[in-house]
Design a protein. Structure first.
Length: 384
């Protein structure tokens, strides 16, 4: 029987390793006015959907879509918390009672994850309508599950990506600039994590995904500041799609080998602390990348990781991203809080263990303390 684990190296003479990829949504509609343009595809996919949302900031957009689809209030449902089992069980019951034939999720990453997971559990098609460029959740066949309080619990692999992804520039442009900055950090993490989690894989798709992640990082370093400064412009459109779409392409192409490592593991650990929960996903990931680079430098023996960290600190300052744990609300980094973060981040099955070197809780604690306070990046030395 073929080995299905993407992390098990192939053995000479054995059957070729089997890899299953959830590559992409069946259909992607993107551009200005994409939601209006996608209505016919949406109606063909589901005649009696539920429309899922959460934030008051997107209420007007949901109401407009509900009017166009002539959805009664009973088919417009809300999350009460983050994507958590209590909410999911309640909404699953509602969906079955309504005999809905599809799930439309309009909102941020947690709404999109909840919509995908509900559709998965109920065996229904899913339509993902991101309301910002903060995440590639509208693309992927993954969902993160949290507690009612907002602490990360686990990620769940789904059978496939959404049937329809609608990436409407006009809708995305209504989101605060902060969400795009957060998306930039989350998308750049693809390179910092995939370049390590992929190891020395000779798999063609994995190597292509890692190269795409490198190109994505370079583009965001070059265009991120311009995109934030000129909403709706050419750079803004490219960066928005890089965060919301291209990052998802990389995850689908590379599979489990090109997803998350220490940066997201640290994010997951930070969500266990209440002061960090109101920060956006990508903002916590941004600090997680800095922690990972410190681990690479000290534990992995890679001195160039310090150069990469200084490069990111320069960029974070320009984009308004947090550069330290103190900026995430952890000014008092006492031993008890550190223990909570380290214990969860280092637990069995954590993404931390996708690093090519082992990390002990003590080593992680040192890296967290190193990234506790804002640091002044070293000036870039002129060449020649």
């Amino acid at each position: 029987m073929a080995n299905l684990s993407p992390f098990t190296p192939a053995v000479a003479g054995s059957i070729d390793q089997i890899a299953v990829h959830a590559l992409a949504p069946q259909r992607v509609v993107r551009g200005p006015g994409a939601l209006q343009a996608a209505l016919s595809s949406l109606r063909a996919l589901t005649r009696r959907p539920v429309l899922l949302g959460r934030s008051p900031a997107t209420a007007l957009h949901r109401q407009a879509l509900a009017r166009q689809l002539q959805l009664p209030e009973s088919q417009q449902v809300l999350l009460h918390h983050d994507c958590c089992d209590q909410d999911l069980l309640r909404l699953e019951t509602t969906i079955r009672q309504l005999q809905a034939d599809g799930v439309i999720a309009l909102g941020g990453g947690k709404v999109l994850d909840a919509g995908k997971l509900l559709a998965h559990r109920c065996g229904l098609p899913c339509v993902a309508v991101p309301s910002s460029a903060a995440t590639c959740a509208g693309w992927t066949a993954l969902a993160n599950v949290y507690s009612e309080a907002g602490a990360f619990i686990e990620d769940v692999s789904l059978d496939h990506c959404p049937e329809l992804l609608v990436f409407d520039y006009q809708l995305i442009a209504t989101a605060p600039a902060r969400t795009m900055a957060s998306g930039i950090a989350d998308a750049m993490a693809k390179w910092y994590e995939a370049s390590l989690s992929s190891g020395r894989s000779q798999d063609g798709l994995v190597r292509q995904a890692v190269e795409q992640a490198r190109l994505l990082r370079d583009q965001l370093l070059l265009e991120g500041e311009e995109a934030l400064g000129h909403p709706g412009g050419a750079a803004w459109r490219r960066v928005a799609e890089s965060c919301g779409l291209t990052a998802g392409v990389i995850g689908g192409l590379g599979g489990a080998r090109c997803r998350t490592a220490a940066a997201h593991a640290v994010h997951n650990g930070l969500t266990q602390l209440a002061p960090c929960r109101h920060w956006l996903h990508g903002e916590k990931v941004a600090v997680g990348i800095l922690v990972q680079l410190r681990l690479e430098e000290v534990v992995g023996g890679q001195p160039l990781a310090a150069v990469a960290r200084d490069q990111l600190l320069h960029m974070y300052g320009k984009l308004g991203l947090p550069t330290s744990l103190a900026e995430l609300g952890l000014r008092d980094l006492d031993a008890a809080r550190l223990e909570v973060v380290c214990r969860f981040t280092c637990r069995e099955g954590s993404d931390l263990h996708h690093l090519p070197f082992g990390v002990t809780p003590k080593q992680l604690e040192e890296a967290l303390r190193f990234c506790a306070q804002p640091r002044i990046p070293q000036p870039v030395q002129p060449r020649g």
